[in-house]
Design a protein around this ligand. Sequence first.
Ligand code: URA
Length: 437
Amino acid sequence: MSLPQEIIRKKRDREALGAEEIGTLVQGIVDGSLVDAQAGAFAMAVVLNGMNRAETAALTRAMAGSGRRLTWPDLPGPAVDKHSSGGIGDKVSLVLAPMLAAAGCFVPMVSGRGLGHTGGTLDKLESFRGYDTRPGLDRFARVVREVGCAIVGQTDDLAPADRRLYAIRDVTATVESEPLIVASILAKKLAVGTAGLLMDVKVGNGAFMTDLATARGLATAIAEVAAAAGLPTRSLLTDMNECLGRTAGNALEVGEAVAFLKGDARDPRLAEVTLALGAELLVLVDLAPDKKAARVVLEGCLDSGAAADRFARMVRALGGSGDPLHPSALAHARAPVQLPVPSPAAGHVREIRTRELGLAVIGLGGGRTRPDQAIDPAVGLSGVLGTGRKVDRGEPLALVHARDEAAGEAAVARIAEAYRIGDAPPALRPVVVESSP
Ligand code: URA
C-alpha cells in the first residue's frame, strides 16, 4: 500500500490515481490517519490537475462506502432523488419530493444549507418549529418507508469521508473543482441507496453556472460518473435568470410551496420545472411509459391533494409542530416590516440581476455570512416579478420582508438596482433550457 504522501505527490505531478490509491486516501480521511494538511493538499492537487472520469467514479464509490449505506430491498417502489445545483427561490424539492412519494416513489433526500448567494432546502424546512433536519439514519429511513419522502441533512454516519473532506475544502479554497463536486454530490446519493437521480443544473445569472457550456459540462460529468458508479441519472438544464416562483427567503418559500401543493397558487415557471423534472424521473425508473403520461400522474397527485398530504405527514414525522398546511404553522416566521420596491419607470421587466436578489435576502438576515450563523426564517421577498412582466411606474417589483426599517430600505435599494425596465418586452426564455442526452 502506498504512503499517502506518495499518492498526493502523484496527483501533484498530474498522474492518474488508481482506485486502490484513492481508497487509501479516503480510508485515511475517515479514520483520521490522514491529517488535515494532507487532505487539503490532495484536494488542491485535484483542483489544479483534475481527475479523469474513472478516478472521479473511484472517489465517488470510496466516499459512498465510507460510512453506513441504506438499502431498500423490500420497498414497493423505487428509491429516487433529485438534486439542484442551487439558485434563487428554488423550492422545487419541497414540492417535488411529496409529489413523487404520492406517485409511488420513495425519496430519501439529503439536502444542503444555503451556499453562497443561494438558499438551502434545510434552512427552509427549519422554518417549521421542531423540524429535525438531522434525525439520524434510522429515523430517516423509517420516515421514508412510512411517508414516502424525507428531506434531511447529512448525518455523521452518511458518507463521513465527504463530510470531513468538504469541511477541509471549505477552508482551503478547494470547493470549486468539478470532480470533487461531482464525487461529493453522488457519494451521498449512493450512500442513501438512490436508484434513480434527476439533476437540475441551474444556468443563468442567479446560478453558480452562469453560462451554458459550464452547465453542460457539470451535467455531463455527473451523468458519466453516475453511470460508472451504477446510478441511473438524467439532467435538465433550467433557467436561473430570475427568481423561481414569486418568493425568495426561507419561510416565504415554504409558504409558496404549501400554496402550490394545495392548489391555492401555482407559479407557471415553478410548475413547469417541477413537472418536467418529475416526469423525467418517473420515466427513468419505469413508473410511466413516457413524459406525457408521467405529467398526468404528477398532476393527479397535486389535484387529489395526495402530494400536499405527503408533505404534511413528512413535516410532522420529522418533528414539525402544528398543521404544516395551515398558515398558523409559519405564523411565528412573519417579519414585522414590509416594504414595496417601486418600479422606477413604466415598461417591461427586461432583465433581472438575480444573484443580487439572493444577496439581498442574505443582507436581510435570511442567509449566512459565516458558517455558524443563525438565520432569520421570516425575512426575504414575496411578489417577485419576472422578466417580460409589464409594469406601471411605482408598481411593486417585489415586497421586502425585513426585521427593521433600515435593513428593509437597504434591500429595497438593492432590488431596485437589480431590475432593468425598458419599453419593449424582452424575448422570453424557456424555463427548461435543455435536457441531457
Ligand atoms: N454540494 C455538495 O454536496 N458538495 C459539493 O462539493 C458542492 C455542493
